[in-house]
Structures are given as structure tokens and as C-alpha cells.
Design a protein around this ligand. Structure first.
Ligand code: O7M
Length: 232
């Protein structure tokens, strides 16, 4: 359960998590993402940074971006962690020290028993990948097991591809109203904005449709309008 993500989402009336993976060739990535967030930060509840951001902006660049905007943006580290519990916990701990609010891990290793990550008064929200937006039949064949595992671990939520409305509905059925469902695949991967929310997701993760758009703000405004306002 993430009260901070819900709170920011309610204040901004946005169900968008912006994925910052892409930056135009020849543009300094940190510069580009900073000016993009200055322009559209009021329209996004969360920002997701993964290996593409880490490899192009470096750890200090990522720290700077998070520090600059974390006042009213919820930051999720998407390194899709998949390892033994000690390693996942130690990476997650460093992710929390970088200022992130949440982190994404893979569930399929089934290696974890207790993963609470805290520092000072802060704790890291963890999200498990339950179903991907590619046609991964292996994971989808084990959807119920992955969802049961996410529930046993008491995760804040799960990631389920926006192109898989049946899996979104199943995740909601099994995890209940408190778990957050984040759905990628909207825009560049072909799913219409609003489709995942209509199936029961809480947030749509959008990357290139906004970040590579000639008018990111107008594109985001359209996406935000396609969603029912958050009811929390
Ligand atoms: O909107 P896009 O296609 O430019 O970006 C989609 C983002 O969502 C990108 O950051 C991917 O890593 C991520 N994503 C998927 O596209 N599919 C998945 O199944 C899972 C993710 C994801 O975010 O996993 C945590």
C-alpha cells in the first residue's frame, strides 16, 4: 500500500507514472529529463527510472534528478531486481538512500521471505512484476502463483501489462482494493490510454508516447483526461 503515491495522485488528479528511459540523441539526458519534468511534473503522479536512466545519467545524475523533483513526484526505481534475498535487500536499501519511494522486483525467483526496507523514518514500497506487456506465456501461465506470492510478501502492488486486461482483473480479484496495479504498455506499445484503468489498474506507466512526443504536455493532458479521476 503506498499512501504517498495515492496522495500525490489525488492532489494532481493524475494516474500517470512517466517512464524516463528515452532521451533524444545528442541531448544531455539529465538536462532533457529535468526540463521535461519542469514542464509536465504537475501532470504526473510518479516517475519511473530504470537501467536506461542509470546508464545514461549515472548514479549521481539519478540522485540529482530524484532530489530535484521528489517534493511532489513519487519516484520508482525499476531495476527489475531478480536475485537472492540478501542481494535484493542490499540493492533496495541503496535505492532508498538515493531518495526513491519505491522499487520494482521480479517475483519469479520466489527467493524472498521478508523484504522490508527502511532507513530513518522512511520505507521503500516494493512492486512485483506479475505479468509483462510482451507475450510472455511462461509468466502468464503462473499468474496466480505470482500474485499469491506478491500477497504473501505484503508488497505495495504489482506490475501487469496494459495489454492484458484479464490479468489486471485477476490481480485485482486476488490482491484486493489496497494493492496498487501499475500498467505499462500504453501508447508506444499500442494500448489506448485508459484501457488498463478501465480493467482495474490504478496507474498507467507511459514512456515514449510522452517523452518522445513533439508536445509532451499536450500528449500528457490527453492521457490524463482519458482517465477517471483518482477516487482515493
Ligand atoms: O511507454 P513505453 O513503451 O515507452 O515504456 C514502457 C515502460 O514500461 C518501460 O520503462 C518498460 O521498461 C516498462 N515495462 C514494460 O513496457 N513492460 C512490462 O511488462 C513491464 C514494464 C515495467 O515497467 O516493469 C516494471
Amino acid at each position: 500500500m503506498s499512501s504517498r503515491l495515492r496522495k500525490i495522485s489525488a492532489e494532481k488528479r493524475s494516474r500517470v507514472v512517466l517512464a524516463l528511459d528515452y532521451h533524444p540523441h545528442g541531448r544531455d539526458p539529465l538536462d532533457f529529463w529535468s526540463s521535461l519534468l519542469s514542464d509536465v511534473g504537475d501532470l504526473v503522479a510518479g516517475v519511473k527510472l530504470g537501467l536506461p536512466a542509470l546508464l545514461s545519467a549515472g548514479v549521481e545524475g539519478v540522485r540529482e534528478l530524484v532530489e530535484s523533483f521528489s517534493g511532489d513526484v513519487y519516484f520508482i526505481a525499476d531495476f527489475k531486481l531478480a536475485d537472492i534475498e540478501d542481494i535484493v535487500r542490499s540493492v533496495a536499501q541503496r535505492v532508498l538512500s538515493l531518495g526513491f519511494d519505491g522499487a520494482i522486483l521480479h517475483l519469479f525467483p520466489l527467493c524472498y521471505s521478508r523484504l522490508s526496507v527502511r532507513e530513518g523514518g522512511r520505507s521503500l514500497d516494493l512492486y512485483g512484476v506479475a505479468s509483462m506487456s510482451c507475450s510472455s506465456t511462461l509468466m502468464d501461465a503462473h499468474l496466480d502463483e505470482l500474485l499469491d506470492y506478491a500477497a504473501r510478501l505484503g508488497l505495495a502492488g504489482v506490475v501487469v501489462g496494459a495489454n492484458k486486461p484479464g490479468a489486471i482483473r485477476r490481480a485485482r480479484e486476488k490482491l484486493g482494493p489496497q494493492a496498487l496495479i501499475l500498467s505499462p504498455g500504453v501508447g508506444a506499445q499500442g494500448v489506448e490510454p485508459g484501457a488498463a484503468i478501465a480493467a482495474g489498474a490504478d496507474f498507467e506507466i507511459v514512456g515514449r508516447a510522452v517523452v518522445a512526443s513533439p508536445s509532451p504536455r499536450a500528449t500528457l493532458e490527453k492521457i490524463v483526461k482519458s482517465h477517471p479521476p483518482p477516487g482515493w
